[in-house]
Design a binder for this molecule. Structure first.
Ligand code: UD1
Ligand code: UDP
Length: 369
């Protein structure tokens, strides 16, 4: 029994880390195939080093490009590796182009697929991630749904209940496994000369936001306004895509503090001690909810509706007035919601399920051959 973990971007490395750790503990044969979708030190290597993850056995070095170019190169590279390694299962996490390419290649080669974080839907087909999620869910054999709600979505789309396992989200495992360490080791607050609970943390990188000049300009204006009105500095941790687009559009902002991407422990610490988070990131919406930090989402929809339902998050879109109004509302709320994403044992559960399912499948294959 051999498992191929296919990953390629920052959130996949972070959210796969609890599974990788558990696979190591379980003495299951596995290897990591990195597509190279993310490659800058602070988007990639820093997480392998800090989370003490084993080196990828393969790195395809695909890099950036248009969707077709990037996905096409991945398909070619992944197929070569999977043919050589013949794993029993390919495991992917989330909704990036890497995830689509990993699952599609495995499906064509008749290799079983496990999808971690299955059943998320924004119902916005203009998002590249929505297309990826739907396609990957529909060709997967084991769907690890983080919540009952995501399971219900999969069932409503006609996916057999036998394939779906509600496990919780591995981001809870990652937060629990690293928060203590972050509290001991993070030095970002001192470096930025900040006081706990007296700054806003922001991130923005969605294609539909930062590749659109009007939306991106509005978001920056909204961030400036909330800083002015509520009297807290805003720290925007800039994703490389957003940085590039600011240059392309000639956008500047002197009133927002823009900082380069940071390692996980420092980011977690910055997040846990923020007064409020403003973001369009999926993972950051979840982490803010887990850490009981109010979140204002700079989007018109979310595939994480659980965060809205428990009262941890609100959709503001990109209009500056709405961003101010929703920030005011979230600041007035008590931080007493319950984390809807599980108990921090999703990684253990996923590995346990795979072990028993795959052993059964192998036994059956022997009987029928
Ligand atoms: C990708 C995912 C998105 C995910 C995000 C996590 C897709 C379609 N998008 O978006 O779902 O939320 O990762 O962060 O898969 N760049 C660098 N260094 C890097 C990586 C990217 O400078 O290491 C820059 C390049 O200019 C590149 C741009 O960022 O063109 C976008 O990178 P890309 O991987 O295409 O998409 P992301 O926006 O990172
Ligand atoms: N993150 C980080 N450093 C940063 C910004 C984010 O470690 O400078 C982490 C964050 O804690 C979360 C993940 O990256 O776990 C979110 O990734 P991103 O926003 O790029 O992608 P998404 O979750 O939207 O797919």
């Amino acid at each position: 029994m051999k498992i191929a973990i296919i990953l390629g971007t920052r959130p996949e490395i972070i959210k796969m880390s609890p599974i990788i750790r558990e696979l190591g503990r379980s003495y299951i044969d596995y290897f990591i195939l990195h597509t190279g979708q993310h490659y800058s030190y602070e988007m990639d290597r820093v997480f392998f080093e800090q989370l003490e993850l084993p080196e990828p056995k393969y790195n395809l070095g695909v890099g950036s490009g248009s969707h077709g170019e990037q996905t096409g190169k991945m398909l070619i590279g992944i197929e070569r590796v999977l043919k050589q390694e013949s794993p029993s299962l390919v495991l992917v996490q989330g909704d990036t182009n890497t995830v689509l390419a990993g699952a599609l290649t495995a499906a064509k080669l008749g290799i079983k697929i496990g999808h971690v974080e299955a059943g998320l839907r924004s119902y916005d087909r203009k998002m590249p991630e929505e297309i990826n999620r739907v396609l990957v869910d529909h060709c997967s054999d084991y769907l690890f749904a983080p919540t009952v709600k995501s399971k219900q979505i999969l069932v409503s789309e006609g996916i057999s209940e036998n394939k779906i396992f509600v496990t919780g989200n591995t981001i809870v495992d990652a937060v629990y496994q690293n928060l203590g360490l972050a509290n001991r080791k993070a030095d970002i607050i001192n470096r930025l000369n900040l006081e706990r609970n007296s700054y806003f943390l922001a991130t923005v990188h969605r294609q539909e936001n930062v590749d659109n000049k009007i939306r991106f300009t509005n978001i920056l204006e909204g961030l400036q306004e909330v800083s002015k009105i509520f009297g807290y500095p805003v720290f925007l941790v800039i994703h490389p895509r957003a940085k590039k687009q600011m240059e392309v559009f000639g956008l500047k902002s002197t009133e927002i503090n823009i900082i380069e991407p940071i390692d996980y422990l420092n980011f977690l610490y910055l997040e846990a001690n923020a007064k409020l988070v403003l973001t369009d990131s999926g993972g950051v919406q979840e982490e803010a909810c887990i850490l009981r930090v109010p979140c204002v989402t700079l989007r018109y929809n979310t595939e994480r509706p659980e965060t809205l339902e428990v009262g941890a998050n609100i959709l503001a879109g990109t209009n500056p007035d709405e961003i101010v109004e929703k920030t005011e509302y979230m600041l007035s709320k008590k931080r007493e919601w319950i984390n809807p994403f599980g108990d921090g044992k999703a990684g253990i559960r996923i590995v346990h399920i795979l072990k028993s399912e795959l052993i059964e499948a192998l036994k059956y294959a022997e009987v029928v051959s």
